[in-house]
Design a protein around this ligand. Sequence first.
Ligand code: ZN
Length: 231
Amino acid sequence: MKLTCFVSIAFQLIAIGLCRGQHCKTDAKSVVTSAEMRASIQADPAKKLVALQQLIPGLVVDMRYATINNFTHTVLYHHPVALLRTAPANGLRLVQEDLRKKGYALKLFDAFRPLSATCTIWRLVPDRHYAANPRKGSNHNRCLAVDVTLIDLRTGRELDMGTAFDNFTDSAHHDFYTLPAQVLTNRRLLKQTMRKYGFGMVPTEWWHYQWHNDRDYEVIDLDFDELKYFY
Ligand SMILES: [Zn+2]
């Protein structure tokens, strides 16, 4: 094993160890307990969670952070279900219906992500252009965001988006145009369809789309096993 590789792995293990058992350095009041989550949903049923595979026919799910096939080369959470709040979940269902009429479909890399996973990512990539600062929590932590790409329904293969998921370079930006025309067309199709049904984007990641936090949706750091009571 090369020294640089060993150092990288050691750094990641230390980072993960530092994150476990604490809410990173975030505003603890903004992170809901299971009881608070139950009360919040009772008061506002729109905050209920929805399991996307049950709602959206043909949705392909490849939750990268539940595997080592992600930029951290580490499993950041176990036994995931692709979860969103009610409004973005219904929006994503409409996106899928629209795409399928054109011969395409969504492939999902991530949806809800516990705050502890965001903490680990922040320690590895402490750059607000590419990762959410756990002090504020992210829209993934609020069940409002997805990381997605497109597949061709005829082949089942991903469309060429110019970079892989979680590519932290300029070439993943929406305003990076030095790319083949087909890549720009593919990115435009994803962007236009997501925006048509209410999702916003961030300038630096072609795969990330999020719903407006219009109901003061809380940051969640519960395990997927605990969340099954809320969808
Ligand atoms: Zn994202």
